[in-house]
Design a protein around this ligand. Structure first.
Ligand code: CP
Length: 324
């Protein structure tokens, strides 16, 4: 694999290798010195044309933990505001000797274009494009589910076969939902999407998942419930449901969470809008993995960077004990 553009491009073996490598990387975070020399002398640019908190910072943390040289680029304050194109921006950065480009862009397909246009030689990693894909988010979500629902050590080499995952909210505009459906299907999980009819994409019947409009019926059969933000910024105001009505039918509060099986977890990719899709009571509960997902994101991004750029060197120099 030379680039990571879509979760749909990953085979089961690719995905399990990334999850297992991320477990090795997570052990680096437990060390007093949280750094590996793996990408010493390699340069990674974080090319962000859209706002981000978690993804941008966690890629930067992952790159630094692997000892890469890091260049951060945000469209705001750059020559993009003067009309410079994606091609010219990318070629300008490559002229400075870049080995990998991590790109977030508002246009679906921008990372694919960058990877396949011949404009640059660097590896391309999609950090979220429009409403299309966010593959590292799906990988960190799968990693979190595998740890919580299968086990940290028991999960090694395993997929998510038979796990029931419910994704709730603005599916229409969600690259996280698309990536999760693709990856979770590859890993053997059963996915159900729950959304108001106006926030379900045309053609969803061809996706490898079920669709429901009744959250209360689906919750008792879920091992993981992933809540999504309603993306007002990508929405025509005419389609925006009222907050009160949306929360009443599709929001997760303490009463609804109590209908989930005892072992089931609540997930959210962030940013959360407390009081809309999730109450503070649920967001702050032990069952909510949102902070864990952020921490796991660093390990997943280290694994992806290592596998794309690190060659055949061992990821971690110590041998993992058989049991811990
Ligand atoms: N989950 C996610 O992509 O968050 P950011 O937009 O803050 O990166």
């Amino acid at each position: 694999m030379r680039h990571l553009i879509s979760a749909a491009d990953l085979t089961r073996d690719d995905a399990v290798l990334i999850l297992d490598t991320a477990e090795e990387m997570a052990r680096v975070a437990d060390r007093p010195i949280k750094k590996l020399p793996t990408l010493r002398g390699r340069t990674v640019v974080n090319l962000f044309f859209e706002d981000s908190t978690r993804t941008r910072i966690s890629f930067e943390a992952a790159e630094k933990r692997l000892s890469a040289d890091v260049i951060n680029f945000t469209a705001k304050g750059s020559s993009v505001s003067k009309g410079e194109s994606l091609k010219d921006t990318a070629q300008t950065l490559e002229a400075m000797g870049v080995d990998a480009v991590v790109i977030r862009h508002g246009a679906s397909g921008a990372p694919y274009t960058l990877a396949n246009s011949g404009w640059i030689d660097a590896a391309v990693i999609n950090a979220g494009d429009g409403t299309h894909q966010h593959p590292t988010q799906a990988l960190l979500d799968a990693f979190t589910m595998r740890r919580r629902l299968v086990g940290r050590d028991a999960g090694l080499g395993q997929d998510l076969a038979g796990k029931r995952v419910t994704v709730v909210g603005d599916i229409l505009h969600s690259r996280v939902a698309r990536s999760n459906v693709d990856l979770l299907h590859t890993l053997g999980a059963d996915v159900t999407l729950v959304a108001p009819p106006t926030l379900v994409p045309v053609g969803v019947e061809h996706w490898p998942c079920e669709v429901s409009y009744d959250l209360d019926r689906v919750l008792p059969k879920s091992d993981a419930v992933m809540m999504l933000r309603v993306q007002r910024e990508r929405m025509n105001a005419a389609f925006f449901p009222t907050e009160r009505e949306y929360s009443r039918r599709y929001g997760l509060d303490g009463e609804r969470m109590a209908r989930m099986p005892e072992h089931a977890i609540v997930m959210h990719p962030g940013p959360m809008v407390r009081g809309m899709e999730i109450t503070a009571e649920v967001a702050d509960s032990d069952r909510c993995t949102v902070v864990e997902q952020v921490a796991n994101g660093v390990s997943i991004r280290m694994a992806v960077l290592y596998l794309l750029l690190g060659g055949n060197e061992p990821a971690v120099t110590h041998t993992r004990p058989a049991t811990e």
